[in-house]
Design a protein around this ligand. Structure first.
Ligand code: SF4
Ligand code: SF4
Length: 593
């Protein structure tokens, strides 16, 4: 034994009277390197509560917990980090699709009176629970260009503009199996999209089914809340994609195209086999007025519940606005029929060419059925509201589209003006172009204000449609030489500071003209209730624009329900489909007290 060994215990005793080194370090700190991975920070404004950080954490460090003040496209949850588990790997920071999650370089956290038995002691919700390091600008952020996510979409093959100029062939070609799987692979399965989808489709589940090549499971997920998935896979307004977590830094998942892929993979004949469900019939009958998206959706779910369902449709084919308001290059009839045929194959009866008020009275229907669901859509085009708008050369966009559907020859002439900025305006303009006309769209606001789908606007530009923005219609003059002269003035956009979108205000003295053979007005549609009669009508309360109903679509006559555009005025198919599903459940509740 040497002398040092003999003296060692004395050295130790010396330490017993010193202040503990580690506690001092904790209390007074020691500067960390600028990029050190310290405690987390989260930008509460950016975080959408997608939970991707929690998913990737290999240590189960992150729980998603509810917070108040959720915004649109936000789950209302925020990550809570448990520092009893964190290994500071920063995977959560690297994956965060919004870029909200970062790490400070603070690494000491001292609190008085800690209860070390309580797990929550070292847990906090970054961005919500205030911490000293919230304003610390050092630390770890995902390095520029370093991506764990695939931010770019797998492009969808399209017909090029020259190929589609004179053709009604579907312009979107659809994903192959390989492309669909690649696109599905990008999905982080956060499910933020589901809340925003009006039909609350189980989007992560069907995207996962694409990825796993389990087409049958995918089809079943689609039909849980949407019996027109082939339609929605083509023309859905896809609000889900607007809130997709990936859209915060890259391109949203092509949710619509993946839905389309699933339905295109399955032949009509296989639908019954895959979606088979036993229908236990009851003795109640439901009448549905209108075979559009809302009516067909209600019919499907009511039939599955065992009701005898009869649809009354004034046109010679089912589909409503899907058939008569959307051109075939966007929604081919055979794809529409595939969805409709499956619904009818379940035993739903349909009476085509049957007009309520002409072939059968509303009262008669009311007394013959246990409940009536009305979903007639908005088929009454608004007039432009200027002098000369009753000219024979002025037709509605809807008439143009439905005439083409019905193969009625349309004489538009060489030059066509389309007034409006919504999807009907784009569809009318692009249809007129395909019929050989030189087309100009006049819209009273700016391009960014157009309510039409961005994709439709871009495709219209590609196809050579001319646009005049901030053009306010004044008058339509009859030209003795034939045709008409459309008179309009230019407008400036004025923000009134009322939170609404800026208004177009005509510029004094401006006056422009455009000669044309046909003017197509596509500035919106309203309702028409002339077909309603008798006592049943008397029991319903009418608002200024529509029938009044509760959130289930039940009117003041509790036997009558409404849905679709006449109820919510969003004028999109998926909302009408959601209405049909919701009212089917409400009707079932009403009839099974
Ligand atoms: S991954 Fe990002 S956006 Fe998603 S919950 Fe976590 S911190 Fe929020
Ligand atoms: S840094 Fe790593 S261990 Fe810590 S919460 Fe993030 S992913 Fe989990």
């Amino acid at each position: 034994m040497n002398l040092r060994d003999l003296l060692s215990p004395l050295y130790v005793w010396k330490r017993a009277f010193e202040k503990p080194y580690s506690i001092n370090t904790l209390k007074h700190g020691r500067e960390a390197a600028p990029g050190y991975r310290g405690f987390h920070k989260n930008d509460a404004e950016k975080c959408i509560g997608c939970g991707t950080c929690a998913e990737i954490c290999q240590n189960a460090t992150i729980d998603m917990v509810p917070v108040s003040d959720a915004k649109d496209g936000d789950s209302g949850l925020r990550p809570r980090v448990d520092y009893g588990k964190c290994c500071w790997c920063a995977l959560c920071v690297d994956i965060c699709p919004t870029g909200s999650l970062t790490m400070s370089n603070a690494y000491t956290w001292v609190e008085e009176g800690l209860d070390l038995d309580v797990r929550e002691t070292y847990c906090y919700i970054p961005g919500v629970d205030k911490k000293d390091w919230d304003d610390n600008n050092l630390g770890y952020v995902r390095p520029e260009g370093y991506e764990l996510l695939h931010l770019d979409r797998v492009p969808m093959p399209h017909l090029n503009p020259e190929e589609r100029a004179n053709s009604f062939i579907e312009l979107v070609k659809g994903y192959s199996r390989e492309l669909a799987k690649r696109e599905a692979d990008r999905c982080i399965q956060c499910g933020i999209c589901t809340a925003t989808c009006p039909a609350h489709m189980n989007i992560p589940a069907y995207i996962k089914a694409v990825r796993e090549d389990d087409i049958e499971a995918g089809l079943k997920f689609l039909y849980e809340t949407n019996p027109l998935p082939g339609v929605c896979g083509r023309i859905c307004t896809r609000r889900c994609e607007d809130v997709c977590a990936l859209a915060h830094r890259g391109e949203a998942i092509s949710i619509r195209w993946l839905k389309r892929y699933l339905t295109d993979c399955v032949e009509s004949e296989k639908y019954r086999e895959i979606l088979s469900s036993e229908i236990v019939a009851n003795d109640k009958k439901i009448a549905i007025i209108g075979a559009g998206a809302g009516g067909l959706s209600a019919a499907y779910y009511l039939r599955l519940m065992g009701y005898e369902v009869e649809i009354f449709e004034q046109n010679h084919a089912a589909g409503g606005m899907l058939r008569y308001g959307i051109p075939e290059y966007r929604l081919p009839y055979d794809k529409l029929d595939k969805d409709i045929d499956f619904i009818l194959s379940l035993g739903v009866k349909i009476h085509l060419n049957t007009c309520i008020g002409r072939d059968i009275t509303f009262d008669g229907l009311y007394s013959a059925f246990d409940s009536v669901f009305i979903s007639t859509g908005l088929f009454e085009p608004y007039r432009i509201g200027i002098k000369g708008d009753d000219h024979v050369a002025v037709i509605s966009g809807l008439k143009l589209l439905s005439d083409v559907t019905n193969s009625i020859p349309v004489e538009l002439g060489k030059k066509v003006i389309v007034v409006g900025g919504g999807n009907v305006a784009m569809d009318a303009a692009r249809t007129a172009k395909r019929l050989g006309a030189d087309v100009t769209v006049l819209y009273r606001r700016r391009e960014i204000d157009m309510p039409a789908d961005r994709e439709e606007i871009a495709e219209a530009f590609e196809e050579g449609i001319n646009f005049v923005f901030q053009a306010v219609p004044l008058e339509i003059e009859d030209l003795s030489t034939g045709g008409i002269r459309f008179v309009y003035c230019m407008a400036k956009m004025v923000d009134h500071g009322d939170g609404k979108r800026p208004h177009p205000i005509p510029i004094e003295g401006s006056r422009e003209t455009l000669d044309a053979d046909t003017v197509t007005s596509a500035i919106g549609q309203g309702m028409n209730f002339q077909w309603m009669d008798g006592e049943a009508k008397a029991n319903i309360s009418f608002g200024k624009w529509n029938i009044e109903a509760d959130r289930w679509g039940q009117t003041s006559d509790h036997k009558i329900f409404i849905g679709g555009d006449m109820f919510n005025r969003t004028a999109d198919a998926v909302t009408a489909i959601a209405d049909g599903n919701r009212s089917a459940r409400a009707i079932d509740k009403f009839l099974s007290p």
